[in-house]
Design a protein around this ligand. Sequence first.
Ligand code: NDP
Length: 249
Amino acid sequence: MNGPLEGKTALVTGGSRGVGKGIAQRLVRDGALVVIGYREDDRTALDAVAECDAEHGDGRMHAVRADLTRVAEVAHLFDRAEALVGGLDILVNNAAVMRRGTLADSSEELFDDVLAVNLKGTFFALQQAVHRLREGGRVINVSSTATALAHPSQAAYSASKAAVEQLTRVAAKEFSRRGITVNSVAPGAVETERVSATVAPEVLRQWGRSNAFGRLARPQDIADVVGFLAGPDSRWVTGQNLRASGGAL
Ligand code: NDP
């Protein structure tokens, strides 16, 4: 393999399916050795690795199970990832949970779950990465256009992602001391297995019509933006939020 990330290594949280899987595949195609993190679905994670092995040969992708809501498991994820691929250059904080709820009907359990994965998990992964990523590395946090839409049914989710965007700006300063860039990517609606299984087809069509191209994004559309931010050409971009929404608000 001879791509811009030849000799580089990456950790993609939530890389077993959906957008994260697309990102992991793109980074492998660019030449990186990639570790995908996931919470519980061993089968799907192992299938993603097997798919990569079949396409690119063994050993370019590895999977590590770790619950990002537990700080000790975040440290374990980094320990295992570094051992598997020999240190880390790139971190993609992609894992998240999207649970619907208005301010009025969100339970404490929903709030804690959404914030624990999306914000706490990202925060403590950044804390690990600030000492561990090699100089000149890259961090990409996955946000959402929900931060600008103010959709009533996404109260906790959109707040968690707004916090991730702010954390990105703060982290960009802290990581810059070692020449590492930190950016976020905010996708609009993406057609993943989870989205197709939980959202009515008519609503999906409506979401598709809300952007300039009249279709839902595919994981690859987001992965290619992350690929740019993970690569050498993005060296002068840091602390930014890049909206990848096909022109939708
Ligand atoms: P999915 O729900 O398809 O996948 C989520 C991934 O995160 C899985 O690998 C899951 O592992 C992992 N995960 C969930 N909780 C934890 C946890 N506590 N610890 C470790 N891993 C965990 O997500 P999507 O592909 O839909 O979304 C990916 C990113 O893109 C998210 O940040 C999301 O907010 C963002 N996004 C998605 C949009 C969309 O329309 N799909 C739109 C805008 C933003 P397991 O399967 O084992 O539980």
